[in-house]
Design a protein around this ligand. Structure first.
Ligand code: ZN
Length: 287
């Protein structure tokens, strides 16, 4: 269907307004109040800070040459992220690079707006790009231009920060787990920001015509996650790593975010959940 230019423009504005003023955002937030509830921004370790909501994680990695933001969250999250960045004493306009955990509305819908406000370069894993730049017809959030297409193992560098993009697919085709090394108190720590190992309700792991290799991709993800050295365990949702509970322990004798055992048990637990879901679907398919 080809509409006259004016109608198309109107439709676009309507869609945009719907998204900005809570179309999809508020619909989702009705079921996930923690996604939109604000949370105190805080330093996690070294130059890594939390600037997300109560459950939608966003991380700021600061360097003398500008900062990196991981996750733009919902379109309605952008003012919240900006406020958190400024509360920590940083400038929103110093965000030079924007990254995401994966191409789902709760992690990337705010990207177009953040690019507009900061001029940040947007870098996205290859297989998630169609869900970001508007090529996919299923997108329920504003499209954003991707400035650099990432591949598994690529490095993103800014100042003295080096982040590595690990392809951990299944949850989305380009789901990305970020790792970096940080210095804190004279020690070096391995930080892992898990993209998502979760099988969402309704995900088809067997006979999935749109994503035939989904089960193999999840298996690969668990292989990758188990191979990563991890001292500081973080993820796309605060719930992955017990963020609110760890936040409450800040200021004690040890940094609560240093949690290699928590990482291992989380990955093991998620792998069991994936295998159980796969078995269930395979049994159903065999009947
Ligand atoms: Zn997701």
């Amino acid at each position: 269907m080809l509409l006259p230019m004016r109608s198309r423009l109107f439709l676009f504005v309507l869609l945009l307004a719907g998204t900005f003023f809570g179309g999809t955002g508020s619909l989702l937030s009705q079921t996930n109040p923690d996604w939109v509830q604000s949370f105190p921004p805080h330093r996690i370790i070294g130059n890594v800070y939390y600037v997300g909501s109560r459950d939608l994680a966003a991380f700021l990695i600061t360097t003398p040459q500008g900062n990196i933001l991981i996750n733009s969250n919902l379109t309605t999250s952008v003012p919240q992220i900006k406020k958190s960045v400024e509360k920590l004493g940083f400038r929103f306009s110093d965000i030079k690079i924007l990254l995401i955990s994966h191409a789902h509305i709760d992690h990337c819908a705010g990207s177009a707006r953040i690019k507009q406000l900061t001029g940040a370069k947007y870098m996205v894993m290859d297989a998630d790009v169609p869900e970001i730049d508007g090529k996919s017809k299923d997108m329920s959030y504003p499209a954003a231009k991707v400035d650099r297409i990432l591949h598994d193992g690529d490095e993103v560098r800014l100042g003295d920060a080096v982040l590595v993009a690990h392809l951990t697919p299944g949850h989305t085709k380009g789901c990305t787990t970020w790792t970096l090394k940080v210095q804190d108190g004279g020690k070096v720590y391995n930080v892992v920001i898990v993209g998502s190992p979760n099988v969402n309700p309704g995900y088809k792991l067997v006979n999935n015509a749109r994503y035939p290799l989904i089960a193999q991709d999840y298996e690969r993800t668990f292989r990758v996650l188990k191979s990563l050295p991890c001292d500081v365990f973080l993820g796309a949702h605060g719930g992955y790593y017990g963020m609110t509970e760890k936040f409450a322990r800040i200021g004690g004798s040890v940094n609560p975010f240093i949690d290699p055992e928590g990482y291992k048990s989380y990955v093991a637990d998620r792998e069991q959940a994936f295998l159980a879901a796969l078995r269930k679907q395979q049994e159903k398919g065999a009947m």
